[in-house]
Design a protein around this ligand. Sequence first.
Ligand code: COA
Ligand code: MG
Length: 275
Amino acid sequence: METVDRLKFVRSALYVPASNGRALEKALGLAADMIIVDLEDAVPEDAKAQARGAALAYAKSGVGNRLLAIRANVYDSPHHADDVAALKDCAADFVVLPKVEDISEISDFGVPVLAMVETPAGLFNARSIAGHPRVAGLIAGINDIAAQTGIRPGPKREGLELSLQMIVLAASEFGKPRFDGVCNRLDDLDGYDAECRQGATFGFTGKTLIHPNQIASANAAFGPSAAAIAEAEELIAASRGGAQRFKGRMIESMHVEEAKLTIERSRHAMGDVIG
Ligand code: COA
Ligand code: MG
């Protein structure tokens, strides 16, 4: 299967600072479906060049069955030009571009791009960004959206709903995957678990993460449960085409298609297999 097609089955995308060798190594034993090696916010200014070298070497040595992305520095940063030159045709599956606001910022890396939408301009242009042929999917950058707009998300992310759904709608128009933003709260695993399920409810196909203890909830929320798989199989078997009653609700052919997708998703779990 093509790399871009595998992206739609990614439930958990773990950021790892490129400057943290210990965490890079550790990530190879974790059940995240995708690793995003970060050159941007997680890396101190004086470590940028070294981090870039480490990220490229890491990509070259391979990350098993997972997908690998490298996050470049933002378009107007002094490091961006060096990133573009170094990441061209790199061994990673994707390049993540932060704070994309306009399609003119999307360089040709030779590998597909995951565009982060994390500013008001990015949100209003999310549709053209998502439709760009080099863009394979969108990632929500919640911390930056909050910082730039004055939104102070409530415990259930009240205030952020419109921004999050603009990202989902833009990506889904083009049938492209979309990843929910990170949860900064490292010790509130119950709240985090609810946030994962909320992201799936909103229509995200996976979530970006910052810590190993966030992987299991994302894999559970964005992957079909055993019950959902069983129900999908039952629905397909029961379907006769057209409208009919199934377990007290109406189903039509679109529900059969949805059920087939559920089964397909269950077959492509990546992190669990090697975790
Ligand atoms: N990827 C892989 N391993 C990670 C990890 C990550 N993102 N975060 C932590 N770990 C590892 C640690 O190396 C440690 O392993 P060890 O005990 O075997 O050495 C273990 O998980 C526990 O880590 P912990 O002590 O709980 O984390 P911390 O307090 O040292 O670090 C953070 C907390 C937030 C600084 C760290 O998790 C991190 O850097 N996350 C990614 C940040 C990032 O990339 N941000 C940019 C995108 S928003
Ligand atoms: Mg950011």
